[in-house]
Design a protein around this ligand. Structure first.
Ligand code: ADP
Ligand code: MG
Length: 273
């Protein structure tokens, strides 16, 4: 069994006593969290529980009031501009609403991080952008389209392609399946799994999507009342009794997702050599 010391060494993201408030409104109270190499880690919790704020703090878009955050062995507290720029190249972010620039084509959007952070020439950037679009399952002709011409599912894929532009070690996804029809959402599930399995990416995602959680998350942390209410695999969390955790598992959506997971596990077991 790994000692705590070894577990801490393997952490790609480590939060220690992170507290955040907006005026009198306390969002996080001394939150501790460790996210390990090559895991798909989910942040879950009710609306307003501070998931997006925590994610924004991990990617240098916001600072906590106190506590420490280390990402890829870099302390974010007293990070300098050059170090921050170097660190930003090592992660990709897919924002909830895509965040693509409407005035650029999809291919230009995907190539943007390469234009900002590398000196590659335009032809090579276009080639890499086309490959990232293919990786996320988009047809080549989508590259020439504008974001407003895309369906919700295509937009998420294009946004993911952009997050992958710089071959990140870490990927942050805010609600990757929100607003998608079940077919498109299922495609995103498979895509996230593929990224972890092919590239060993560490993936941090915020989601309410129980299918995605059961099918893809290795571990999840439930945020509530400023704290981590529980942390573990979905099946471990499903055994916990705190009300803030139960709300994810009880009720019709929770039960349906759990049943589907059990069926999936049976199918997978049947397929093993
Ligand atoms: P979640 O993503 O879990 O729904 P958020 O992290 O977006 O929650 O927000 C947590 C709480 O912090 C909410 O009550 C929200 O209104 C508040 N909040 C978030 N960002 C700001 C901000 N920039 N200024 C003031 N309040 C904020
Ligand atoms: Mg949010």
């Amino acid at each position: 069994m790994a000692s705590d010391k070894q577990a801490a060494d393997a952490a790609v993201i480590e939060l220690s006593k992170v507290s955040t408030s907006f005026g009198a409104h306390v969002v996080h109270t001394e939150v501790d969290l460790q996210i390990r190499q090559s895991e798909v880690f989910a942040l879950i919790g009710g609306s307003g529980s501070g998931k997006s704020t925590l994610l924004r703090e991990m990617i240098l878009l916001q600072r906590p009031n106190s506590g420490s955050i280390r990402v890829l062995d870099v302390d974010l507290q007293d990070i300098g501009d050059d170090e921050a720029l170097a660190l930003r190249r090592r992660w990709g972010v897919m924002f909830q609403h895509g965040g693509l620039f409407g005035s650029l084509t999809v291919q230009e959007n995907v190539g943007l991080p390469l234009r900002e952070h590398t000196r590659l020439d335009d032809a090579l950037i276009d080639e890499i952008a086309a490959w990232k679009l293919a990786l996320t399952g988009l047809k080549p002709e989508v590259g020439a389209q504008y974001p407003s011409e895309l369906s919700g599912g295509m937009m998420k894929r294009a946004s993911l392609a952009r997050a992958l532009a710089l071959d990140p070690e870490l990927l942050f996804l805010d609600e990757p399946t929100a607003g998608l029809d079940p077919d498109s959402a299922g495609g995103v599930d498979q895509l996230v799994r593929k990224l972890r399995d092919l590239f060993g990416l560490t993936i941090v995602m915020i989601t309410h999507d129980l299918d995605l959680l059961w099918q893809v998350a290795d571990r999840a942390a439930v945020l509530g009342e400023g704290k981590v209410q529980g942390i573990g695999s979905m099946s471990e969390l499903s055994q916990m009794h705190q009300p803030g955790i139960r709300m994810f598992f009880d009720g019709p959506r929770g039960r349906a997702a759990q049943q589907q997971e059990e069926h999936q596990a049976e199918r997978n077991a049947g397929r093993k050599p």
